[in-house]
Design a protein around this ligand. Sequence first.
Ligand code: S3P
Length: 428
Amino acid sequence: MKTMDYKRPGLHGEIQVPGDKSISHRSVMFGAIAEGTTTVEGFLLGEDCLSTIDCFRKLGVKIDVDGTNVKIESAGIDAWKEPKEVLYTGNSGTTTRLMLGILAGTKIHTIMTGDASIGKRPMRRVVDPLRLMGAQIAGREGGQFTPLAIQGTELTSIDYTMPVASAQVKSAILLAGLRAKGTTVVRESEISRDHTERMLRQFGAKVETADGVVSFEGGQKLRGTHVNVPGDISSAAFFLVAGAIAQKSEIVLKNVGVNETRAGIIDVLQAMGADMEVVIEDEQAAEPTATITIRTSNLAGTTIEGAIIPRLIDEIPILALLATQAQGRTIIKDAEELKVKETDRITAVVAELKKLGADIEATEDGMIINGPTKLHGASLQSYGDHRIGMMAAVAALIADGPVEIDDPDCIAVSYPMFFEHIEALMNH
Ligand code: S3P
């Protein structure tokens, strides 16, 4: 339990948000698959990424963590040991789903399980295409839910059209494709984040991408390399919104990853009229970065739908809070994927923002918000979901009374320094 009685402060100063969660996971996975040494800088020490490290250590991969620098030494995937223990993936959907793709093509047997939230998240979306490649995976309800047992085997490539926009599904197939005979092809009608494709290239693989089609030859070897992890735009999102809605504020966010498959929130803030500047720092890097300045803004409601949804799927809880402070109606649709995140985020966001006095209704595939409304204090639930917890904390910055959250510790999944950063900006 944490009570936040922030008394509507102005927020000022500069912060560097922690490393990108998606890229941090992949840096360890790719480093473990590759032969040689991989060094990572800017790694996210959040609980999810530590779960990934823990799984690979159980597979016998040597991983040293020194602050946010990580060194992975591997003799390649065929040198992994069959673990005596269950691989525990905690709260992390990315670890569970991508590991399925990786483990399917090994020569070893593994069992994977996670926390109560992971136990409710659908795995058939990954297990089904992997089975088409020949994977041997067993689990509850035909492989829909953890615990999952994976007997590594030889795989053959597939040409797969994605039924949902999901980078986790795409990445699991591509990672299995590394070990498969033939050319693996994945087709997406809406483009999901492309960190896996970028990192495959960084580790020396040849990958073709064009018009939503990714293809590459199986059997390619990865070579250890250096990975620079940019700041996580999904973490920056909480401060972008805080800066826009808190009174008399100006926040500078340094080294934010702005890969266009992730940066939908920037487009939405611009469309809503936010007072914001984005200065791209390194466009040539494997993952481009920017310095973003955000100031207190007069915002107008907007519609968020269609192809932009996968580009901001994790930012919808905080964008819903933003919309409560915008003039007019905001409509969020085509976002039914929110129902299968760490919790059902449509239900959770609507229930918790209502407790603060917001005018918000759930729809089948999103929500409708009318603004602006003055928010008051309330006692909120995070449902063990880091992004709902952080949404509640940002709401506390603008609410008239104290806001309480039941489980502030869940925020450490992606942003262990979150409350320190809020305090630094309030006391500047
Ligand atoms: C992620 C992909 C997204 C995202 C998740 C991380 C990834 O999930 O919501 O937080 O690292 O690939 P889906 O691919 O299931 O949409």
